[in-house]
Design a protein around this ligand. Structure first.
Ligand SMILES: Cc1cc2nc3c(=O)[nH]c(=O)nc-3n(C[C@H](O)[C@H](O)[C@H](O)COP(=O)(O)O)c2cc1C
Length: 262
């Protein structure tokens, strides 16, 4: 499948087949995709704890947060707890040297000297500021996005879940206190149709992006939109006419009656 179609077809899938296990190889593919995502300074601060519902100890399962419409964790054969290891920035010098040595940045005989005299001291001076929420989280988001697209390509459905108290979940999962829990992501085979009700609404394009100045919305070219519709990146908006019937079906099939947000 083309990248454009993959981006267009991906949805957050909340309804998963609870009885169909996810192959560990597929989870590994997700992790491999996350690992090679771009990170500032090549810091690689994204980490993940993979939790298999049928294998993990009960205390680990109990640590998982119960999100809005708490059925999602219950249905998911696998949950990935994505977190950031803030200590990764302590190795900035080493990671930057690797970037120079592999030819990604710099050129000529002096490239290593320049690195030692400029970039490495600059990163060292920034100290703990770089451990605060900011660039690191952006890196991690890129990794999680790549894993999400990989999951989609492998026929899996995923949904990221936030939690009101990530620190409590971090502690219960036994993650070091240098880490911050970012998001948990349910993974499984979709119980929903691939359209999952249609493409979810977004704020208007012009409201989100500017060109050459804050007061100037980026002009949205209708011809480009038409091309992207043909390519499958922009799709029929939700809700498709039969979505409510599908939701009723899912609710019965997965025994979710009595759950609030359905
Ligand atoms: C970081 C993050 C946290 C999210 N947290 C939740 C959540 O707690 N519960 C939930 O049902 N969906 C959650 N979502 C999914 C969004 O609500 C979803 O993006 C939205 O429904 C749009 O649907 P789409 O992903 O299918 O385009 C989260 C998504 C992201 C990226």
């Amino acid at each position: 499948m083309e990248l454009r179609q993959a981006i267009g077809n991906r949805r957050s899938i909340r309804f998963l087949l609870p009885h169909k296990p996810v192959e560990r190889e597929k989870i590994q593919c997700m992790l491999e995709a996350a690992r090679i995502a771009s990170h500032w300074g090549n810091m690689n601060s994204l980490r993940a704890l993979v939790i298999e519902r049928d294998q993990a100890p009960q205390d680990v399962l109990d640590a998982l947060p119960s999100p809005v419409g708490g059925y999602q964790i219950r249905l998911a054969p696998v949950v990935i707890a994505w977190y950031i290891e803030t200590e990764a920035t302590d190795h900035a010098g080493e990671r930057l040297r690797q970037l120079v040595d592999c030819g990604a940045v710099g050129y000529g005989d002096k490239k290593r000297d320049e690195l030692e005299n400029t970039l490495v001291p600059m990163f060292a001076q920034m100290g703990d500021v770089v451990k605060q929420p900011g660039l690191g989280e952006i890196d991690c988001g890129q990794g999680i996005a790549q894993a999400t697209l990989m999951a989609f390509e492998l026929g899996l459905g995923t949904c990221c879940l936030g939690t009101g108290n990530p620190e409590a979940v971090r502690q219960k999962l036994g993650l070091p206190d240098t880490c911050r829990l970012l998001v948990t992501q349910t993974v499984g085979y979709p119980a929903e149709t691939p359209e999952a009700g249609g493409q979810r609404p977004r704020r208007p394009f012009e409201e989100l992006f500017q060109l050459n100045g804050y007061d100037n919305p980026f002009p949205r070219d209708a011809a480009v939109v038409e091309q992207l519709e043909r390519d499958g990146l922009i799709q029929q908006p939700a809700p498709l006419p039969w979505r409510e019937t599908e939701l009723l079906y899912l609710r019965r099939a997965l025994d979710l009656t009595g759950q609030g947000l359905l």
